[in-house]
Design a protein around this ligand. Structure first.
Ligand SMILES: [Zn+2]
Length: 667
């Protein structure tokens, strides 16, 4: 059976049978709260004898949980090592070379991925635990070539350097290799090195997958991972890894996308994580068995993530492309089992709602505005950049661009179902000229700093715009007399320093008749004095459309006029093809999903504020059917009255409670 809710077990539940029984009792009291548990291999690197002892106990425990009607899967808790923070674990079996950084520094608690002694160890321990015949085997997210503290980029030990030389018939010493992959004039060696990293990851995964197949050929082998927006050190997708695993096991692999958000003290960060999971789901091969979202409530105690926060998070991850949910809710025994019963009761109660939504999502993908991030970002031009800038996204598309999702811009990552794109200036560095041209054949919203970068690269012909610095402190922005601004013409927008972001505003200089002005800078002291252009709509030279804003398009702090302008601009560049448009100014995230024919199937709305919303007015475009219903976790589905045809219809949604969500189902 494909699990929908999986619960990860920690050392306590695995070593203390009474504790395990207490949890299984809770799961069975709340039917549907847990389809399977993940047993986990011992963290750290104990001796193989010790692994065998632990695995023996887990074999018995797995038989017990299955006897109570709950499935059993297995997490391989570490392969290469999570970093120096894991040094509290047992390292008595660590008897091979450690990982080495580009400067020769050693990560004492992480492994050289190509040391045969390490690979043998991983293979042997896997064979011990695989005796539980796990439904799924999950390799943990330390299977990565970056971030093995204190080594950020590995592995540059003598063995790995010499095997790279064999891989590409070169003869580099370590320092020469580091220079070659950071060469400002060519990315040729870097491209080989990224491929080599992918081969290295597959080598380690193969040690696990081969061992699983020898002992438990029915198992599916999957990988837990963290976002591609974190690092492009091993490329912009993991197709090689997942396809390689599929070849070994003869069945589709599985992914558990993840990355942070351990508590809900700053609850809007759930959207950042959701968008990171979204990127991971979009960068998978098409034939994965499941995409099981990571929900981590570390350190699993009363002052951490709330039950309601966990429920909302679960639903939002389904909206962003995951098909099921994996929880780390009680691995650390900071509270007694009974403390966790309310979460299990709540998950059981939400299950019918979430399952209905998950079923609705089958065969669909996120529509709306796609954030641009090249799959070959690592090929970027390296002149005037620090070494390894190609592998890092610091200050670039990551969370920087997610602000507008909180006021209703339907953000996702570029995919075939996104009629509009969002281009951040830092993403431009990772795009080839051909990729940039492809972007501007579509509809794009972007800022003046992107224009500056295009012009520096000799691509001014695409937009025909110039940008200039100016004395921004004297000016404010005002919605120009343009139909796009509708009722907001003349409304001013004071952008204070707190909302301006890291880059100063620029003014836009229009040099051709392809551009229409939608915003102007005017003097703070006299709004009749125009000091420059703050926003334009442009027909690109490549047949696409662009909307360019002079400053901080990425903030979540806008007034109604600016919100309207940005949302309408996205609609304009898409040629009125945005699947959903929330008219009501409010702090509501809008997450549409469309089927393979581009038809709208659902829109999740999330009130991300601590106040109720007004009544909401939402346009739905190109619906998959005529019947529209409002689904919430708490109530029966309610039909929504819609005014208009399936091609374009408006629905009204009753005020939403603080931090609540619902789904517009279009059937
Ligand atoms: Zn090595």
């Amino acid at each position: 059976m494909t699990p929908f809710y999986s619960m990860r077990l920690g050392a306590k539940q695995q070593s203390d049978f009474d504790n395990l029984v207490a949890f299984v009792d809770i799961f069975t009291r709340h039917r549907g709260s847990c389809d399977e548990v993940w047993f986990s291999t011992s963290y750290g690197y104990p001796t193989l004898d010790r692994h065998r002892e632990i695995a023996d106990r887990i074999v018995e425990a797995a038989a017990y949980v299955r006897g109570r009607g709950i499935g059993a899967s297995l997490q391989i808790s570490n392969t290469l090592g999570h970093g120096s923070y894991a040094r509290v674990q047992d390292f008595s079996g660590f008897d091979w070379d450690d990982m080495v950084g580009p400067d020769g520094a050693h990560a004492r608690y992480c492994c050289c991925p190509r040391d045969p002694r390490f690979l043998d160890y991983v293979s042997t321990l896997t064979s011990y635990y695989a005796r539980i015949k796990p439904d799924y085997v999950w390799i943990d997210d330390d299977l990565r070539m970056h971030h093995h503290h204190p080594v950020e980029y590995g592995c540059f030990c003598d063995r790995c350097v010499s095997e790279f030389n064999r891989f590409c018939r070169r003869d580099y010493a370590r320092e020469e290799l580091v220079d070659a992959i950071n060469d400002p004039d060519s990315s040729a060696v870097r491209e080989l090195f990224v491929r080599y990293n992918q081969e290295t990851l597959l080598l380690v995964a193969s040690a696990v997958a081969d061992a699983v197949m020898r002992v438990s050929p029915e198992s599916t082998v999957g990988v837990q991972q963290a976002s591609f927006a974190w690092s492009s050190y091993s490329g912009g997708n993991f197709h090689r890894l997942f396809e390689g695993i599929r070849k070994i096991t003869g069945k589709p692999s599985a992914v558990r996308p993840g990355g942070g958000y351990y508590n809900d003290h700053a609850p809007r960060l759930v959207l950042d994580k959701a968008l990171n999971l979204n990127l991971q789901t979009l960068r998978m091969p098409g034939n994965m068995s499941i995409s099981q979202a990571e929900v981590e409530n570390i350190p699993h105690n009363v002052s951490g993530k709330s039950v309601r926060g966990t429920l909302l998070e679960s639903a939002i991850y389904l909206a962003y492309g995951c098909t099921s949910l994996s929880y780390s809710a009680f691995m650390i025994p900071n509270e007694p089992p009974a403390f966790h019963e309310p979460l299990m009761a709540a998950l059981a109660a939400w299950r019918p709602f979430l399952l209905r939504y998950a079923a609705l999502n089958r065969g669909t993908t996120n529509g709306g505005v796609g954030i641009v991030l090249s799959e070959t970002h690592y090929k970027m031009e390296m002149r005037d950049k620090p070494p390894f800038a190609w592998a890092s996204f610091r200050g670039t598309p990551g969370a920087d661009v997610f602000g507008p999702v909180t006021y209703g811009l339907p953000l996702t990552w570029q995919n075939p179902q996104t009629p509009a794109l969002l281009l951040h200036p830092a993403a431009v560095d990772g795009l080839s000229d051909e990729e940039i041209e492809d972007v501007f054949r579509c509809g794009v919203i972007t800022d003046a700093h992107t224009v500056a970068k295009l012009n520096e690269r000799g691509l001014k012909r695409i937009l025909g715009l110039e940008v200039e610095e100016f004395d921004e402190v004297k000016s404010i922005d005002i919605a120009a007399d343009h139909p796009l601004n509708a009722d907001y013409v003349g409304q001013s927008w004071y952008h204070f320093y707190t909302t301006m972001g890291p880059r100063l505003p620029l003014k836009i200089v229009v040099e051709n008749d392809r551009a229409e002005i939608i915003g102007n800078y005017v003097l703070r002291t006299d709004e009749t004095v125009v000091t420059g252009v703050s926003g334009v709509l442009v027909e690109t030279s490549l047949g696409g459309r662009a909307a360019v804003f002079g400053y901080n398009l990425w903030t979540n702090l806008v007034n109604s006029a600016k919100r309207h302008q940005i949302l309408r601009a996205a609609d304009w560049v898409s040629r009125d093809a945005m699947p959903a448009f929330l008219h009501t100014p409010s702090q509501v995230a809008v997450i549409p999903r469309v089927n393979s024919r581009g038809k709208l199937v659902s829109v999740m709305l999330v009130n991300v504020s601590i106040d109720s919303t007004p009544e909401l007015s939402l346009t739905l475009r190109n619906g998959a059917g005529n019947s529209v219903a409002w689904l919430t976790p708490e109530r029966e589905a309610e039909p929504l009255e819609s005014a208009g045809a399936p091609e374009e219809t408006i629905v009204r949604i009753a005020p939403m409670a603080p931090w609540s969500l619902g789904i517009v189902e279009v059937a």
